[in-house]
Design a protein around this ligand. Structure first.
Ligand code: NOJ
Ligand code: CA
Length: 703
């Protein structure tokens, strides 16, 4: 799968035993970084883009627990530079082929007083910088805990930030947009904006991926790549000097990871451009991850799915639980003796309706939540065991449904909500995977709602970071794809483990049913949450007025057409059509776009982008002469400019344009749309009008 076109290693320096500054420039010469030791032997780096400072001289290093300072007193033992220019092909993705073109600087350091060794590796691409720490095997350091990572990102001013409060257990916050100087004032309100379990950082700190925009027009994105056996990174903010510094997620004893030499840290990433479109087009985080670790990937497939899901959020009465009888004892309960509550969602007849709908409309799969024993007690977080992952409720016919779905060419997606009983989940996992194999499931949605019991770990700490990856690795052995909810934010590991097809790890469509997302939410997520990998955002809600179901007054923050556009702007190889299927039957002409749109791509063209305001993206379907365009706006109406110059010349095409109607508006008239067809060529520029909170979706085929 990994195809090397060119690979050149150039050894420029070695055995440089002095502290002179080391310079590295990107392959296109636009970015420059400098590494040097300060007078007291502190390692530092800085980064410039087209002559502008992105990161002023910033320190690097660690505090090793309990009190070893691993940040100064270093000398350079040796340095090396090399260049690489290779291409590789992801199993699925936004591009058929990805180019990895970078220059690397490796620095071996020795702390003179202690004799301890620390290695640094910098990779400079045209789209930004990645660097990581390496802890080589050495005589004076073996096992160690981290008390702190000291990495800094010294910014040059009061940049506008698109930020979430640092939190060790959730990333399901609304994004706050403000200058860095306003973060402290806005923090209390920002912290209120998540419903899930929260553990706020005691410091003034924000989450990564952090999107920044400077007054002089630089777009800067800070995140990490290849988060393995390390706690997730947050960023402390010193809002007087505009310094961000690493804040690793601690465990409940305050330890920031337990390590052994012969290991590496995740890459710290700084993606930068003066054009916001380049941030969305960046492949830096994927390039910093290891190649695919799964030899045979033929069983991994992009998936469009529907599910017994949204009905749990609409207020229409459907429940995950089979019975309302309280005090059941998991593993000992005879469910056949308990009274069914009459509105259990995952009952065989209802699931068959979804399978029929999926088969009729070309969907690959049906997600079924609430199929298994235990949901009556799902908020009893103090229990060690809550759910069974091998026992179905009496009204869910596992084998019958498997045969029914298989006969229609549809898969059922397994659901494992753990409510964070993670030790129990690991105990059940081998049986659960065997159960999936025995009954034809090839994908699982996992869930980690609530605080971690009984371990008192955090969702973003090292122990859980390892857990999520363990599940993905075990699932791969069983040829099962994973979509994890409430897991740590992704860092490009889907390159190495492409069966990790999507994650939630952000504020998805479910929040529309609580108190709503703002219309700018989906114009920000691609610059933040999606930088590390695809999101199971679950778009496609056509009936946005939930009061029609009886008890829920919530209203969607978008027009119907914007819901279509999200299939293109929110990249994922796993896309749900989340609404109740009768709503798709009511708006069958608009639904056609969801039926048609691809979920895997040969190429991607970011046509317009400004975080918080608008995004317009075009993509070519993998292996097909079909193109899809999605454009979205925030609460402001706008005219998109869709230049079809990406279409191959010498052909004529037909575009089907799904547009907001003239009087459409996300608040007052969200379901007004117009569908038109038009002949187009690569010279055509479409200028559709997007309603406030609206969008546009276009499908294009050769005539
Ligand atoms: C939260 C998840 O995000 C949602 O999709 C799921 O339905 C519930 N947990 C129950 O597992
Ligand atoms: Ca969630």
């Amino acid at each position: 799968m990994m195809k090397k076109t060119i690979l050149s290693f150039v050894l420029l320096w070695s055995l440089v035993a002095h502290a002179a500054a080391q310079l590295l420039s990107s392959p296109d010469g636009q970015l420059e970084m400098q590494f040097r030791l300060s007078a007291d032997g502190t390692p530092t780096y800085s980064l410039h883009y087209k002559g502008k400072t992105v990161i002023a001289e910033s320190r690097l290093g660690f505090l090793i627990a309990p009190k070893i300072d691993f940040s100064h007193g270093f000398r350079i033992v040796s340095t090396e530079t090399r260049e690489a220019d290779t291409t590789w092909q992801p199993v699925w993705g936004q591009y058929r082929t990805i180019r990895d073109c970078h220059r690397e600087l490796f620095v071996a350091l020795e702390q003179e007083r202690s004799g301890r060794l620390l290695h640094l590796r910098f990779r400079l691409f045209n789209d930004g910088l990645g660097f990581r720490y390496e802890f080589p095997v050495q005589p004076h350091l073996r096992h160690f805990g981290l008390a702190d990572e000291l990495t800094e990102f010294r910014l040059t001013g009061d940049h506008t930030a698109f930020w979430l409060p640092a939190d060790y257990d959730t990333n399901e916050f609304k994004t706050t947009t403000s200058p860095l100087s306003e973060v402290a004032r806005l923090m209390p309100a920002a912290r209120d904006e998540a419903l899930a379990c929260k553990s706020p950082s005691p410091n003034l700190a924000v989450q990564t991926p952090l999107m920044l925009k400077s007054a002089d027009g630089l777009y800067i994105n800070l995140h990490e790549a290849a988060l393995v056996n390390f706690p997730a990174l947050h960023l402390n903010l010193d809002d007087r000097q505009w310094v961000l510094s690493a804040h690793l997620t601690p465990d409940k004893n305050g330890a920031k990871g337990y390590h052994q030499t012969g290991s590496v840290s995740p890459w710290r990433t700084v993606i930068v451009s003066d054009d916001a479109r380049d941030i969305l087009a960046s492949t830096l985080i994927l390039n910093l991850n290891e190649p695919c670790a799964i030899e045979d990937t033929s069983w991994i497939h992009p998936t469009k799915y529907v599910g017994v899901w949204w009905e749990y959020f609409t207020g229409g009465g459907s429940t995950w639980a089979y019975t309302d009888t309280p005090d059941i004892r998991i593993g000992q309960t005879d469910y056949t003796r308990l009274a069914p509550n009459g509105h259990h969602g995952a009952n065989t007849a209802h699931v068959k309706e979804y399978i029929d709908f999926a088969a009729r409309n070309g969907f690959d799969a049906v997600l079924v939540e609430g199929w298994n024993e235990g949901w009556e007690d799902n908020t009893a977080y103090q229990k060690d065991r809550i759910y069974s992952f091998t026992k179905a409720y009496p009204d869910f016919d596992v084998e019958g449904l498997h045969r029914y779905a298989a006969a229609k060419g549809v898969k059922i997606i397994m659901h494992h909500e753990t409510t964070s009983s993670v030790t129990d989940y690991e105990r059940q996992l081998p049986d659960a995977l065997r159960f999936m194999n025995a009954h034809g499931y090839d994908a699982v949605k996992t869930g980690y709602v609530g605080p971690l019991q009984p371990r008192s770990e955090h969702h973003d700490g090292q122990w859980m970071v390892n857990h999520y990856l363990y599940v993905v690795q075990e699932a791969a052995k069983h040829r099962v794809m994973v979509n994890s909810h409430e897991a740590v934010r992704p860092t490009g590991l889907c390159r190495t483990y492409p069966n990790w097809v999507a994650q939630e790890s952000g504020r998805g469509t479910e929040f529309e049913s609580f108190n709503g997302n703002r219309p700018d939410h989906t114009t920000i997520l691609p610059f933040t949450r999606l930088m590390g990998g695809p999101m199971d955002y679950t778009p496609g809600i056509f009936e946005g007025d939930l009061s029609v179901y009886g008890s829920n007054p919530a209203k969607l923050s978008s027009t119907l057409v914007k819901q279509l556009a999200l299939y293109v702007t929110m990249y994922s190889p796993l896309q749900m059509a989340a609404d109740l299927y009768p709503n798709y039957e009511r708006y069958a002409d608009a639904f056609q776009f969801i039926k048609d749109v691809a979920v895997d791509w040969d190429d991607t063209y970011v046509l317009e982008a400004e975080p918080g305001d608008y995004i317009t993206i075009a993509r070519k379907a993998k292996g097909k002469d079909e193109w899809y365009v999605g454009g979205i706006t925030d609460e402001q109406a706008r005219t998109a400019t869709i230049d079809l110059g990406f279409l191959p010349a010498g052909q004529r095409y037909e575009a089907t344009i799904y547009a907001d109607a003239k009087d459409a508006d996300w608040q007052t008239n969200p379901k007004a749309y117009v569908i038109s067809k038009q002949r187009v060529t690569p010279k055509t520029v479409l200028r559709p009008k997007l309603a406030p909170g609206g969008g546009v979706a276009v499908s294009i085929r050769p005539l």
